[in-house]
Ligand binder design. Structure first.
Ligand SMILES: *Cc1c(COP(=O)(O)O)cnc(C)c1O
Length: 423
């Protein structure tokens, strides 16, 4: 298919074919797994030319593509996957990684250096929180954070009060926040980056961890983000059978990200790449059902006599002020993640979890099967006790990842397990 035709089609229509040429693979309708570490050059001159482009010794000429060299630098499966992933976010380029954490850490290491200050939203995914607060400071990087509900003026005040406002180098946010579904305003975060970019005459980029809503339900690049990050282990992989990550953005920024990826060696291998190609074919179908099911489940939980509170973007109303405004501005659906507080405490929450029959008791999210877990003692057990309290991550909270089962069966299971919380 020519690129003009492809441009007019929806991403879900292109996930089976985009970027793959059967004639280069014996006519195979599916992209084979190129299980090879290295690639044969046609001539020494060709090898020299490939390396010149790969290592940035010269710019590629018009129409010259990066040749295949070695699978730490590039592999056909990974390149096709990266091209397909750009379609959902409307990104120029993409880099795929062996895990979400390797995508996140590679980006932070590429755009920060000793003496810099990093601005983050709170709360963050536990692994990101650990790397940013416990490991980056070892490299002389200072971290400053803001919380849900703080507006642009509040945040600028915090940064100015730090006395190192001139050191601000990068902004990193996660929205919706895990596990509370609190929303952070992407466009506003970009305005903060731009405020200090203008003031100190330097580029300050904004990266958004879009794992909870992406790549279908929220498109951060369209709201001003410079980079989008994914744990592709979640919705993109979608079958709880692969660990992977991705970063998307402009050609220029992804070139930098891929540059460091080559030297950290954090690219995904061909098997991981191939599993993700297969997953992408059903991404839209899966996520449509998950969002549909989540609305049904949230409606069931809301007002249930054994449920105290439901944390779900679909439950926001005008009364919620800014959160409602942000949702309407940047979220295309209510997502597939629901947290709720059972009436009681850890004992009731555990009784509920242990009574589930269809829904599996496991961390992770975005997969075909519904999952339930206890953030306070599982995914967020490492978070500071004070912060946990502040973010309402209490012992009565349960986090659900809604799968593609029939919603009536999910609700049946939740209902019978909720009944067991008081016995
Ligand atoms: C799971 C997750 C990550 C980490 O991804 P891995 O693939 O497990 O390395 C990062 N951010 C969010 C929001 C996640 O849910």
């Amino acid at each position: 298919m020519d690129s003009e035709t492809a441009k007019n089609m929806k991403p879900e229509s292109l996930m089976m074919s985009y970027g793959y040429k059967p004639e280069l693979s014996e006519g195979a309708v599916k992209c084979p797994i190129f299980q090879t570490s290295t690639f044969v050059f046609k001539s020494a001159e060709e090898g020299k030319a490939f390396f010149e482009v790969a290592y940035g010794l010269r710019n590629a000429q018009e129409g010259e593509e990066l040749g295949l060299i070695y699978s730490r630098i590039n592999n056909p499966v990974l390149e096709i996957l990266e091209n397909r992933l750009t379609l959902w976010d409307g990104a120029e380029d993409c880099a795929v990684f062996e895990s979400g954490m390797s995508a996140i850490t590679t980006v932070l290491l590429e755009f920060l250096k000793p003496g810099d200050m990093l601005l983050i939203s709170n709360p963050l995914y536990g692994g990101s929180d650990h790397f940013i607060k416990k490991i980056l400071p070892k490299f002389g990087i200072e971290v400053i954070d803001f919380k849900v509900g703080q507006c642009k003026e509040d945040i600028i005040k915090i940064i100015d009060a730090s006395d190192h406002a001139d050191k601000l180098a990068f902004v990193y946010i996660e929205t919706p926040a895990n596990p509370t579904n609190d929303l952070i305003d992407i466009a506003c975060s970009k305005e903060i980056a731009m405020h200090y970019s203008a003031k100190y005459q330097k580029e300050i980029y904004l990266a958004v961890d879009n794992t909870y809503m992406g790549p279908l339900w929220q498109h951060p690049l369209k709201h001003g983000a410079d980079l989008v990050l994914y744990s592709a282990t979640k919705y993109i992989g979608g079958h709880s059978d692969v660990i992977a990550g991705a970063c998307l953005g402009s050609k220029a920024l992804i070139k930098r990200v891929k540059g460091l990826r080559t030297f950290l060696g954090s690219m995904a291998g061909p098997n991981t790449g191939w599993l993700l190609l297969r997953s992408l074919e059903t991404l839209k179908a899966r996520m449509d059902i998950q969002a549909f099911n989540a609305n049904k489940v949230a409606a069931f939980l809301t007002g249930h006599p054994r449920v105290e509170k439901v944390y779900f973007p679909g439950n926001l109303t005008e009364k919620d002020g800014e959160q409602f405004v942000i949702k309407n501005k940047q979220c295309l659906t209510n997502g597939g993640m629901i947290s709720f507080d059972v009436k009681g405490g850890e004992k009731e929450a555990f009784r509920f979890l242990n009574a589930l029959k269809l829904i599996k008791l496991a961390v992770s999210l975005g997969s075909t099967e519904s999952l339930a877990e206890h953030p306070a003692t599982m995914t967020h057990s490492d978070v500071d006790a004070e912060l946990k309290k502040e973010f309402s991550i209490t012992e009565k909270m349960i986090r659900l990842s809604i799968g593609v089962e029939n919603y009536e069966d999910i609700i049946f299971d939740l209902n019978q397990a909720l009944e067991k919380t008081t016995s």
